[in-house]
Design a protein around this ligand. Structure first.
Ligand code: PLP
Length: 497
């Protein structure tokens, strides 16, 4: 633990309590473990006994430790540790499908922009966690340095300073990509869209995870591609046995996967599954498109490797973005398209000609000299704590029998509700109560997951969020109870037979 010196604003006991909370959140102190006695703690931290006691009292109030008679203080076992993972059911054989015309992306983003709604819907972190002020200063400094030049195009493939940073960082992803392997894009959205356009033609079928990020369904629809939804397990990702069977029956032109911190579930595909998926696709010469948007946001340990690290880098298209890590509005993403690179470059030039110079240079500068790694450590910890708090609050407020994902990174939570709760109705009721959530059917091209919701945990915990989770729990319980009553009434009605 770091030294408890006060920064002049925060009292010492609070600083100590926060540091201990951090250790509980990162599992250095585990549920059920004894924490040092108050006297020991006061000696260790060189503070008075009343200060140490006040720090422990604060942690008790936060529900993180408990006093046991004649035994001392222990880290409380959390209810959310006992909760099961969500269970999703799928048809035995996936079929390729034409996509409908709903556009959930627009409505969720509009709700996010509405400051009257508690933002548990769109997958966006709070601006207060992102380095907006530092980036604005960097933009200003670059503007001063470049003067009139700063309004220029960032001609494709994108400024070399950013591509060099991406190349350097690709070692961390398990790859060793060259600056020339990258094209800078308008977020991951453009990267995935370019990838699909480069490898597919209208009418083709694309294997996707089910559930998956709903923006992908919008893209497939607009590109007149069909989806082949492959079930995922909440802890390990795509069911590769089902995938293998499906590939025997259906001709697939590409496969799009979010292997690291999946949206909406948050799992990381284990290395052996990544390897098997890469081999499965390579054997059939199916281009594998990897959406690595949330990678870098692990809750602990090293960054998981990208799929591209597991096979022939030429056949795997890696897409990523700084939207969830630095600045969603800068629209800085990238693609490393392997053998499709020339085609992607031509498509990019035809559709957007170039990118914006200032945001690309600012991201490059932040990656190089802005303390990106230190900053990442801080937001990873913040996201982990926010997800933990949300899991605990949901378990306390929602009726029993729910399932919750255990995200390994990122800030999204996938929640299975009682089977008789309609997530779309719930989202409407929640919205009327001032809360935005993302209902499960958004994450299925065929409207499955009717009793699931995704919860955004990208905001620091606050009384407003705590209240919102309480209201959601109440709405879920009320809907489950009413639907139970209705079912009972229907069953007890006299029948004609
Ligand atoms: C998995 C995934 N891919 C891509 C995107 C879009 O990213 P960008 O803002 O970089 O276009 C999102 C945004 O939520 C996402 O969750």
């Amino acid at each position: 633990m770091s030294s408890p010196k006060t920064n002049g604003r925060e009292p010492v006991y609070l600083k100590l309590a926060n540091a201990l909370e951090g250790m509980i959140a990162n599992r250095s102190l585990r549920p059920g473990e004894r924490v040092p006695s108050v006297r020991q703690f006061s000696r260790q931290q060189n503070v008075s006994v009343p200060t140490a006691l006040q720090a422990y009292a604060t942690l008790e109030t936060r529900g993180l430790i408990e006093a046991r008679p004649k035994s001392g203080f222990y880290v409380r076992a959390r209810l959310s540790d006992l909760i099961r993972e969500p269970r999703m059911t799928f048809p035995a054989t996936p079929r390729s499908i034409q996509l409908g015309v709903d556009d959930p992306v627009a409505s969720l983003l509009a709700d996010h922009a509405d400051k009257r709604l508690v933002p548990l819907g769109a997958a966006l972190p709070s601006a207060e966690l992102l380095p907006g002020v530092r980036l604005a200063r960097i933009v200003a400094a670059i503007g001063r340095r470049l003067g009139a030049e700063s309004v220029g195009y960032d001609v494709s493939p994108g400024h070399e300073s950013l591509r060099r940073e991406l190349s350097r960082r690709s070692l961390d992803w398990g790859c060793a990509l060259h600056a020339d392997d990258f094209i800078v894009t308008v977020g991951a959205t453009e990267a995935v869209s370019l990838a699909l356009r480069a490898v597919c033609k209208p009418g083709d079928t694309v294997a996707v995870e089910s559930p998956t990020y709903f923006g992908l369904a919008s893209m497939l629809r607009e590109l007149q591609l069909k989806a082949l939804p492959i079930p995922v397990h909440s802890a390990t990702g795509m069911d590769l046995d089902v995938m293998e069977r499906a590939l025997r029956k259906t001709r697939v032109a590409a496969c799009v996967v979010i292997a690291n911190f999946h949206n909406p579930i948050g799992f990381v595909m284990p290395d052996e599954n990544k390897r098997r998926l890469v081999e499965l696709c390579a054997r059939r010469d199916i281009p594998l498109i990897e959406d690595d948007t949330y990678a870098d946001l692990q809750h602990e340990g090293p960054r998981p490797r990208s799929l591209k690290a597991f096979g022939d880098a030429d056949s795997i298209v890696l897409c990523g973005s700084y939207s969830k890590k630095l600045a969603p509005g800068f629209r800085v993403g990238y693609i490393a398209a392997g053998r499709w690179q020339p085609r992607v470059k031509a498509l990019k030039q035809a559709s957007t000609l170039s990118g914006a110079l200032l945001p690309a240079l600012a991201v490059a500068e932040f990656l190089k000299n802005g303390g990106y790694d230190r900053y990442l450590r801080a937001i990873r910890q913040a996201y982990r704590q926010q997800v933990d708090k949300m899991r605990e609050a949901v378990v306390e407020s929602f009726p029993p029998g729910i399932g919750l994902s255990r995200p390994k990174g990122g800030f999204l939570l996938w929640c299975e509700l009682p089977s008789n709760v309609d997530a779309i109705q719930l989202a409407q009721q929640a919205r009327a109560a001032g809360i935005s959530i993302a209902p499960g059917p958004m994450f299925s091209p065929v409207g499955e997951f009717t009793n699931f919701i995704r919860i955004n945990c990208g905001y620091p915990w606050s009384p407003q969020i705590e209240r919102a989770v309480g209201v959601l729990g109440h709405l879920v319980a009320r809907m489950a109870g009413r639907n139970n009553e209705r079912a009972k009434r229907r069953n007890s009605e006299p029948t004609m037979s």
